[in-house]
Write a protein that binds this ligand. Structure first.
Ligand code: NDP
Ligand code: 2IT
Length: 450
């Protein structure tokens, strides 16, 4: 038995049988169901209405062929996905991931997490996710454009500003969103806010680029202040990844007085005892699309180590995993705890394995789970949707202030729920419960068949 409640055990067994072999999806579902044990005890109405049985099954799941022609004239075939998981509180909303590791299981885990994350933002957004096993690395701009156009040709049939609004995730940034938006507009002859993360000249929002990394630091700042009377000031920080989330987490952590000493990519990590020079990382990653190891050729005193997992052996006060799922395992957690880490907050989705999370909680390390800590990206996407609807754009300061306010509220929602349900300070449980209850309530009001 994994669960105390025989009801939850039954739900989980059914999910396992129906989604056999989908390990990332099962991992995400198990964590949420574990958090719902105290809810099941107190809320027989939710159990009776089958809300939990329904929430673990996507409302719709689309898989499609994406064929395109490479620069040598060869036909290439990829697989595209969009999982429309839950629309109880708003149109489906969530990113698109382009990475060779993408499978139905990966997209389903991300879509499932997105339901609760989006609920925590307080904005009206349901949960969805999509992507493809296309690998943008090493592809020319023209190849990326042709892939994105072909991908959108099918996806356009299933999305819309009031139906489903995709955005970026791993491998999808401003370039890819631009090509996809252009294709949607061409096909539909309508200019709508069907995607977020758009360029500023055609409906994008200020702060969306920075939002996930900034939001992660705003959340962590509040967690440190409220739970440990601490701050970023004078702290040493390690950040995995060197993409969108990692770069802007570095920027904000540094602004808040910390020193970021390490970053990584999928090949290895850099260590710079003087504090990472973010301009160099931005030039390498945002402009040249180069590997992180190139950093050591440009900054004296920095070292590069092959293999990305060793980054967690570097001594730090605060660790911000911002690369990908299951990148921080039990051994990494042991190393961080041994070196005196005081807080871990997840910029990536599900970067810590269940074993790592258990170790952090047992050791009293402050732990900010992804669906709360990295919700700033999608929250700002929600603000982009509002601006598109009113055909206005807000100033940087206005959006940043709203993002800050949302992240502070998310911390308190998670903290308060953890307390109310008898696990004070366990933000994994708190975030899952708070995110779930709003969606569950909407599902109760809307009846069983849609
Ligand atoms: P990017 O594509 O900009 O960057 C991804 C970074 O993670 C790169 O440094 C990449 O290295 C590294 N990475 C990717 N896959 C792996 C892997 N399998 N093993 C090791 N390193 C890997 O993506 P984002 O920064 O946007 O996304 C990072 C994480 O944050 C993801 O988990 C995403 O789901 C999550 N997230 C993103 C949001 C957003 O708004 N963009 C919002 C909320 C969460 P390399 O260059 O070598 O591939
Ligand atoms: O995981 C995520 O929350 C994202 N990739 C952002 C989704 C969005 O719609 O902005």
């Amino acid at each position: 038995m994994d669960f105390k409640s025989t009801y939850l055990q039954g739900v989980y067994d059914k999910v396992c049988a129906r989604n056999a072999g989908e390990k990332e999806f099962l991992q995400a579902v198990k964590e949420v169901l574990e958090s719902l044990e105290p809810v099941v005890e107190r809320r027989p109405d939710i159990v009776k209405a089958g809300v939990i049985d329904r929430i673990v099954e996507p409302e719709r799941q689309i898989q499609f062929r994406v064929s395109w022609v490479d620069d040598n004239g060869n036909v290439q075939v990829n697989r595209g996905y969009r999982v429309q998981f839950n629309s109880a509180i708003g149109p489906y909303k969530g990113g698109l991931r382009l990475h060779p590791s993408v499978t139905a299981s990966v997209i389903k885990f991300l879509g499932f997490e997105q339901i609760f994350k989006n609920s925590l933002t307080t904005l009206p957004m349901g949960g969805g996710k999509g992507g493809s096993d296309f690998d943008p690395k090493g592809k020319s701009d023209a190849e990326v454009m042709r892939f994105c156009q072909s991908f959108m040709t099918e996806l356009s049939k299933h999305i819309g500003a009031d139906t489903d609004v995709p955005a970026g995730d791993i491998g999808v940034g401003a370039r890819e969103i631009g090509y996809m938006f252009g294709q949607y507009k061409r096909l539909r002859n309508e200019f709508t806010g069907v995607l977020t993360g758009k360029g500023l000249s055609y409906g994008g929002s200020l702060v969306r680029t920075e939002a996930t990394g900034f939001g992660l630091c705003y959340f962590t700042k509040e967690m440190l202040a409220c739970m440990k009377n601490e701050s970023f000031k004078g702290k040493t920080v390690v950040i995995s990844g060197s993409g969108n989330v990692a770069i802007y987490a570095n920027k904000k952590a540094t602004e808040l007085g910390a020193k970021v000493v390490a970053m990584s990519d999928s090949n290895g990590y850099i260590y710079d005892p003087n504090g990472i020079n973010l301009d160099v990382v931005k030039q390498l990653k945002e402009v040249e699309r180069a590997r992180i190891k190139e950093y050591v050729n440009r900054v004296p005193g920095a070292t590069y180590t092959e293999g990305c997992r060793g980054i967690w052996t570097i001594k730090c006060d605060i660790a911000l995993p911002c690369a990908t799922q299951n990148e921080l395992d039990g051994d990494a957690a042991d190393a961080l705890i041994k070196n005196g880490v005081i807080a871990v907050a997840e910029g990536a989705n599900m970067p810590s394995t269940p074993e790592a999370v258990e170790k952090f909680l047992a050791a009293g390390v402050l732990f900010g789970p992804a669906k709360a800590a990295n919700a700033g990206g999608v929250a700002t996407s929600g603000l982009e949707m509002s601006q598109n609807s009113e055909r206005l754009s807000w100033s940087f300061e206005e959006v940043d202030a709203k993002l800050h306010d949302i992240m502070v509220k998310i911390f308190h929602a998670a903290y308060d729920a953890s307390k109310e349900y008898g696990h004070e300070g366990n933000l994994v449980m708190g975030a899952n419960i708070a995110g779930f209850l709003k969606v569950a309530d909407a599902m109760l009001w809307q009846g069983i068949s849609y």
